[in-house]
Ligand binder design. Structure first.
Ligand SMILES: Cc1cc2nc3c(=O)[nH]c(=O)nc-3n(C[C@H](O)[C@H](O)[C@H](O)COP(=O)(O)O)c2cc1C
Length: 197
């Protein structure tokens, strides 16, 4: 299968979940594509689809349907395994409360959580929590975020601002510029210096 071509670029897989911050997917993808030597693909949850228009995203967006349609025969590839092999880096932005809880407990009931469950933990996995302040303040959030950090995943912390629901406080996804800077740290040094010039 030439399904997932290999090349020398750093292959960044973006996972997007059903937080209102998924509105920022188009800008996040376009800013990632401006980094040199980066290939980008997206995995979306079903609920995340509600928040962006796929025609505003110029890279392949994989859905749960793709996972199940790809496999009909034992010689067919399994998409979540193909994607975990393809990716050098996974960034989940936004990571909502639901998927945070699932990842913390090992649940893998969709394409994104299967990739995470099968992830090679020697490769970077960055996550950007995003949720309502009340959800953020619930004691289970800190427990689950710590769990993910114990796995070696890197938190890009949420920030305080007036949220779309009208509440004010912590829980908003980090700014796209912060996420891009975090991803840059994992790119080859030559890329970082070329970005600075
Ligand atoms: C308009 C709207 C906005 C939402 N925003 C958030 C959010 O910012 N963070 C969050 O954790 N959940 C949010 N939710 C709830 C999630 O969409 C819900 O928990 C869903 O089951 C998540 O599924 P997923 O993790 O598979 O994408 C929102 C729901 C709606 C309807």
């Amino acid at each position: 299968h030439l399904y997932l071509p290999k090349n020398l670029n750093v292959r960044v897989l973006v996972g997007v979940t059903g937080s209102v911050a998924a509105l920022k997917l188009p800008v996040l993808v376009s800013e990632l594509l401006q980094l040199s030597g980066v290939d980008v693909r997206v995995i979306t949850t079903e609920h995340a689809k509600h928040f962006y228009n796929p025609s505003d995203v110029s890279v392949k967006i994989y859905t749960d349907k793709d996972e199940w349609e790809l496999w009909t025969d034992r010689s067919d590839p399994v998409l979540h395994i193909e994607l975990r092999r393809w990716a050098d880096l996974l960034i989940i932005a936004p990571l909502d409360a639901n998927t945070l809880g699932k990842i913390a407990s090992g649940i893998c009931d969709n394409l994104l959580t299967c990739v995470v469950r099968a992830w090679d933990t020697s490769r970077p996995l960055l996550f950007c929590p995003a949720m309502n302040t009340a959800m953020w303040l619930h004691p289970i959030t800190a427990q689950q975020v710590s769990r993910l950090k114990e796995f070696g995943y890197v938190e890009i912390p949420c920030i305080s601002k007036k949220l779309v629901c009208g509440d004010e406080g912590k829980g908003a996804m980090a700014e796209v510029s912060t996420i891009i800077s975090a991803v840059r740290q994992y790119l080859p040094k030559s890329d970082e210096s070329s970005q600075k010039t």
